[in-house]
Design a protein around this ligand. Sequence first.
Ligand SMILES: [Zn+2]
Length: 253
Amino acid sequence: MSTALQTLVMTADQLLEPQRFNDYCPNGLQVEGRAEVRRLVSGVTASQALIEAAVAAEADALFVHHGYFWRGEAPQLVGIKRRRLALLLQHDISLLAYHLPLDAHPRYGNNAQLALALGLLTDGPLDAAELSIPGSVGHLAEPMTAAAFASRVTERLGRTPLHIGDGAAMVHTVAWCTGAAQSLIERALAHGVDAYLTGEVSEQTVHWARESGMHFYAAGHHATERGGARAVGDYLAQSLGIEHLHIDIDNPV
Ligand SMILES: [Zn+2]
């Protein structure tokens, strides 16, 4: 079974609605490859290693969360950027990339998939007024100690989180935002939750956590953003009758 590239892009756009977001990169088809797609590969970041894996898997299209052409970056196609694009074009592989729309999708998005993986029940958005802030607030079905929640993160994401707080204290309400959303800790605080979980951490995040008494978890940018591309890849494969293979290129950050 195969589908037209146009249909694949249209189906992804219909699901993720990129027109609703003011993003830092173009969402949707970033690099055009062959017109027919039989096999889709998904991954977190369109790195050289992921493209090489997609070539080896004989992919027709690649679906990622972190693509190219970020606002403010140098536009020249030289060095690493030239090599990545050359490999895609040489093998006629399309690149579809969805950044904020993939973070935010209420079912297939990174934040929804992270909640599913960690057993978090969503009560609402981290910031109801701002669509470009895709995190959520919610709670654990059963309160548990902060240390037990850290163990759950380790077990389910395959990565030990950095935890700031007293491991023996109880955690029930949680705010979360995948990726590098440590600067949103104040928004989490405003909700009065017990804990805030994101991917990355900054020096000052630790002080905010200590001085507020709210638990903070940095569970990995990559580790917290593995769910969305895989879930949308599965959705597209099922909707269009194409093959889908998720390839995880490990990243310790
Ligand atoms: Zn990210």
